[in-house]
Ligand binder design. Structure first.
Ligand SMILES: [Mn+2]
Length: 486
């Protein structure tokens, strides 16, 4: 039996904005968090005496990390080397120079000849000797155009064409690796890539100009006992056979990862011959035809366990105080009801301008003081005067023509055109009425005027939020953050 620990996306040195200076060490507390969590993973590998550790790429925010980051990373992985646990360090997009190839921040381990450490910066297969026998690992680092193609080849091609050619070359190159495999020993593919089946908030943004997406069926070949992935920060199992897993990042880099469980994956690869004597005979057969029909999946079974790590929690408290008569009390209550102890907290509250003086900043800050760090964002919700359109009051229902008339009465500048507009509207309504109201099934919503009367009725006070809709902010923010991170 082989035991393998798979972790990925460490990004040590990221997210300092959510930390604070530790006066005792002079270091950012988020750096210390990342080191602690990485150390937790390495402890587990050593305590469980695993046969192999796979790192799925993205060690640092970029390819030229500060020496103290390099040192902290090296200190942890050297513990594995000392414990005689072979380790494969795969090169992610953050570990590469933006031009050319080569794991800039990780290749030092190969240059120094650190025992038991393999740096995966090219597509290659390694036969690794472990205390439980031999394993094969094919490394597939982050691919960019220059990895598989020269500039002249890509001249004049669209991004889509380049991706297609790259994928064709990847298929061929991977096939070349697979043909050299020995089916009697387990085989793992370790890749840093964006798989097309990965669920992830900003995948549509990532598909444009940021590397390319690899179809899952290129990876999930039956010659693999496990497909170990890196790049996507959200833990997910993409395929059961062969097991294909993103363990995700080990620490939260920002609020886009607030709700994600963080951890690593522990695998067990078990020879089936222990349970199946037919396979046992087959694996020992010297007949070429028998051996050709073998894949390592016939011979080994893989099981996994996702192991959560004590990553620092992130917590958003969002509250709308517009209708509150005691906004300060309600705000403090919302904070007290939340689990903020030692967490990175983001407080967002919405209130009307006239409520601003009812909020005491010092009390709010004191209520947040048990958090590890916090930010406060107050959004002013402006009151919209609708007095010129009393017909559109709460619960009112008017026909589209009445709504248009009410609108025109209040638009003096359109007075001359009033009759023409009404006439044209009447004609349109005559043509479109069946389509617009008959099919929508929602007589309260009239797309022609863009006024959702029902929506207004739901609010006890007519307000308009001048801040951008918060869900939009979240998705754009998340997309931007993810573009930067992955
Ligand atoms: Mn990445």
């Amino acid at each position: 039996m082989f035991k393998v620990l798979h972790l990925s996306d460490i990004h040590m040195g990221s997210g300092y904005i959510h930390g604070r200076l530790n006066p005792e060490t002079g270091l950012n507390t988020r750096f210390e968090d990342f080191v602690q969590t990485l150390s937790f993973c390495i402890d587990r590998a050593i305590n469980d005496q695993v046969d192999l550790v796979l790192f799925g790429g993205d060690a640092f925010p970029d390819a030229v990390p500060a020496p103290y980051l390099q040192q902290a990373f090296a200190k942890q992985f050297c513990r594995l080397s000392t414990a005689n646990i072979p380790t494969v360090l795969l090169v992610g997009n953050h570990d590469q120079h933006s031009q050319g190839e080569g794991g800039a921040s990780l290749s030092i381990y190969r240059s120094l000849g650190v025992p038991n450490v393999i740096v995966g910066d090219t597509l290659a297969t390694y036969r690794i000797e472990t205390k439980s026998g031999h394993l094969q690992v094919t490394t597939l680092p982050w691919l960019n155009r220059s990895t598989l193609m020269s500039k002249t080849e890509t001249d004049g091609m669209s991004m889509a064409q380049v991706s297609e050619v790259l994928l064709d070359r990847l298929r061929v190159a991977l096939e070349g690796e697979i043909r050299q495999l020995d089916p009697t020993m387990p085989h793992i593919l370790l890749g840093h890539l964006m798989a097309d089946a990965a669920t992830f908030g900003a995948e549509k943004f990532l598909a444009v100009g940021k590397g390319f997406t690899v179809p899952l069926n290129i990876l999930t070949r039956d010659c693999f006992n496990y497909v170990a992935l890196g790049h996507v920060h959200k833990h997910q199992v993409l395929c059961e056979n062969p097991l294909t897993i993103y363990p995700g990042s080990i620490e939260r880099v920002d609020f886009s990862e607030e709700k994600e469980l963080k951890g690593f994956v522990l695998l067990e690869i078990i020879p089936k011959e222990d349970e199946n004597p037919i396979v046992q005979n087959l694996s020992r057969s010297s007949k070429t035809t028998d051996r050709q029909n073998l894949t390592s999946q016939n011979l080994f079974k893989t099981t996994y366990e996702f192991c959560p790590v004590p990553a620092r929690s992130f917590h958003t408290i969002e509250i709308n105080l517009c209708n509150s008569t005691m906004p300060q009390d309600d705000l403090l209550m919302a904070i007290h009801r939340s689990t903020i102890q030692d967490a990175v907290v983001r407080l967002i509250y919405h209130l009307r301008p006239e409520q601003v003086e009812l909020i005491q900043d010092t009390s709010v800050r004191s209520a947040l003081s048990t958090a590890h760090s916090y930010t406060i964002q107050s959004d002013l919700v402006m009151k919209l005067s609708r007095s010129r359109l009393p017909e559109l009051g709460v619960g009112a229902t008017i026909t589209p023509m009445e709504a248009l008339k009410a609108y025109l009465i209040n638009r003096e500048d359109l007075q001359d055109l009033e009759s023409s507009i009404l006439e044209a509207a009447q004609a349109l309504m005559g043509d479109e009425q069946g389509v617009m109201f008959g099919s929508s099934g929602d007589p309260m919503f009239n797309p022609m005027f863009g006024i959702n009367i029902e929506g207004l009725g739901n609010r006890s006070m007519e307000t308009i939020d001048f801040t951008v809709d918060s869900t939009d902010v979240d998705s754009t923010e998340t997309a931007n953050i993810q573009l930067r991170l992955l």
